[in-house]
Design a protein around this ligand. Structure first.
Ligand code: 5GP
Length: 363
């Protein structure tokens, strides 16, 4: 139901929208005997670049804490990717992408970002070729200027796979795919260190955003990446069950040896050999004051920071966390009788739970 008011065009959309925490996945009869028989590797042929990609479609976010070179190396052993954060020096990027072209080069839409990409591109072209996968990332993917940027980038780089975002609604997903994006990144406000919802009142519950955006993208032969809001392996399973083709993680990969940033020694903490190790690590949003102080010399006067800084517990090597994530995902597939990740959305029935039930049915 939609309300219309005489004095203004404000609307209230009454359709219930859901977050990961509002649902569970119903188990289904299964012929699978063991988690081991579940295949998490997916293969994609991209709509616009005509390029292909094979791997486990989980990507570390392009944040300067976890979108690192060390993270890329660690995740590559699991056939997972990193969207490398954009603050690396040109030389480091050339060196990295000359050896590891499977990962995502990420950039914003600022002139200096484009110039740096073109320089890296030119230096790599004579050898093994430019980075094939590029993530063009802005906080608000709704601007006309952003769509124009994607269009022009597509014209100049016809064979590059473009991931672009972030948006949360189907019509904008379609517009970005038609402008040349292969994968649209979905999520405004769900991030663990994001304060957009608090600072602006803008947002969209992430599970519904993924369901609606995936439907729009798949209708055009495009793909989506669910970005933000996953706090457990179960949330990742829900995102794939909702139709996500890729899932991007920040907070779940924070606090590991492969992350960059400040170690914090708040509590005494020792490894097996008695060496002092950090109890926590600092993790902050890429539009937080901490990030802007580090990369742009402070928060610009006209904008408020839309990210925060938190302390996350130090968790050692990321491979242990990754094993937990992949174990949870395999188990979700077994519970639903999905032999692989591709079958998961087809065999997913979400049931609405707890508090949200009261909101939906007005109890
Ligand atoms: P997480 O997995 O930590 O819940 O979410 C990671 C995502 O949060 C990132 O991929 C990015 O889209 C988003 N993000 C990172 N930093 C910020 C920030 O400072 N502000 C906002 N609004 N979103 C952020």
């Amino acid at each position: 139901m939609r309300y219309h008011f005489q004095d203004n065009d404000m609307r209230i959309d009454n359709d219930p929208k859901l977050d990961f925490k509002d649902v569970l996945i119903r188990p289904k009869r299964s012929t699978l005997t063991s988690r081991k028989s579940v295949d998490l590797v997916k293969n994609y042929n991209f709509r616009n670049s005509r390029n292909s990609w094979t791997g486990i479609p989980i990507i570390a976010a392009n944040m300067d804490h976890c979108g690192t070179l060390a993270m890329a190396k660690a995740l590559a052993t699991f056939q997972m990717d990193v969207a490398l954060h954009k603050h690396y020096h040109e030389d480091a990027l050339v060196d990295f992408f000359s050896k590891h072209s499977h990962h995502w080069y990420s950039m914003g839409t600022a002139i200096e970002d484009l110039e740096k990409f073109e320089k890296v591109n030119d230096r790599l072209r004579p050898h093994q070729g430019p980075p094939p996968y590029v993530c063009i990332d802005v906080a608000n993917g709704y601007s006309e200027k952003f769509v124009e940027f994607v269009k022009e980038f597509r014209n100049n780089h016809p064979y590059t796979t473009i991931m672009a975002g972030n948006v949360v609604t189907g019509e904008m997903v379609e517009q970005l795919i038609l402008a040349g994006a292969d994968v649209v990144k979905v999520g405004i406000g769900p991030g663990s260190v994001c304060t957009t919802r608090k600072m602006t009142g803008i947002g969209y519950p992430q599970l519904s955003a993924v369901i609606e955006c995936a439907d729009a993208a798949h209708g055009l032969g495009g793909l989506v990446c669910a970005d933000g809001g996953c706090t457990t392996p179960g949330d990742i399973a829900k995102a794939f069950g909702a139709g996500a083709d890729f899932v991007m993680l920040g907070g779940m990969l924070a606090g590991h040896d492969e992350c960059d940033g400040h170690d914090v020694y708040n509590e005494p903490n020792h490894d097996d050999e008695g060496n002092s190790i950090p109890s926590h690590m600092k993790f902050y949003g890429m539009s937080s004051k901490a990030a802007m102080d580090k990369h742009s010399g402070g928060v610009a006067e006209y904008r408020a920071s839309e990210g925060k800084e938190v302390l996350v517990p130090y968790r050692g090597r990321v491979e242990n966390t990754v094993r937990e994530i992949l174990g949870g995902l395999r188990s979700a597939c077994t519970y639903t009788g999905s032999r692989n990740l591709k079958e998961l959305p087809k065999r997913t029935t979400f049931i609405i739970v707890g508090q949200q039930l009261n909101t939906v049915y007005g109890e």
